[in-house]
Structure formats: C-alpha cells, structure tokens
Design a protein. Structure first.
Ligand SMILES: [Zn+2]
Length: 114
C-alpha cells in the first residue's frame, strides 16, 4: 500500500496491525514492513509514532513497544489473554524528544523505533 495512505489512516484513532491489514486487504507481515518503513520516514516530516504496547490482561506485563504484532503468550505468566498493540501517528514539531505519558504507563512515544 502507499505510504501516504497508511499515514492518513494512522493520523486517526490508534489501529492494530490486524485492523490496518483487514481494511486494505493485505497480509499482516506486509503491513508490519510498511509500518517500519513509514516510521523511519515520518520522523523527518514532523510526526511522532505512538505505540500502545501490548499488555497482559492477567498479570499486567507490558510488552516491548517495538513489537507491532499481537504477542501469542505472556512471558511472565504464560497467559494468552493479551491485548494487541495499537499504533498511531501524530504531528509533532519537537521531534527527537522521548515522551512517556504519566496517565498511561504503557503509552510510549518512540523517536527511532525498530
Ligand atoms: Zn501475564
């Protein structure tokens, strides 16, 4: 898919890889490749990438925010009750600054992901 199209989608509500793949009709692995490529370019265009990490709903284990796909199992408690990471892009003139939200500990802003 076109990167411009992907960027437009991500400027709205946070989306999962599955949701993006379904709406454009492509494989999830292709979407992950598209996203990684997009992340490398958008930071030079005044955008920041916001990834809500996957979270274990059983023990609250927080997964690495650079993982874009839904993890199959929690490494801490082996539960498969795990949320899917959600991805969003927002305009951000002060790129290069890492922000961690105080309200949501699992909301990470990644300056140079993956
Ligand atoms: Zn767990």
């Amino acid at each position: 898919m076109y990167r411009k199209e992907l960027l437009a989608m991500l400027l709205g509500d946070p989306l999962t890889v599955k949701e993006i793949s379904r709406s454009v009709g492509q494989k999830e692995t292709t979407t992950v490749d598209d996203l990684k490529h997009l992340f490398k370019t958008v930071k030079h265009q005044g955008y920041k990438v916001i990834i809500e990490s996957a979270l274990c709903k059983k023990c609250a284990f927080e997964f690495d925010a650079t993982k874009l796909n839904k993890p199959s199992r929690c490494p801490a408690c082996r539960s498969s009750w795990v949320t899917e990471p959600r991805i969003k892009v927002a305009p951000y003139p002060d790129r290069g600054v890492l922000v961690r939200s105080g309200d949501r500990s699992n909301l990470n802003t990644i300056d140079h992901p993956i």
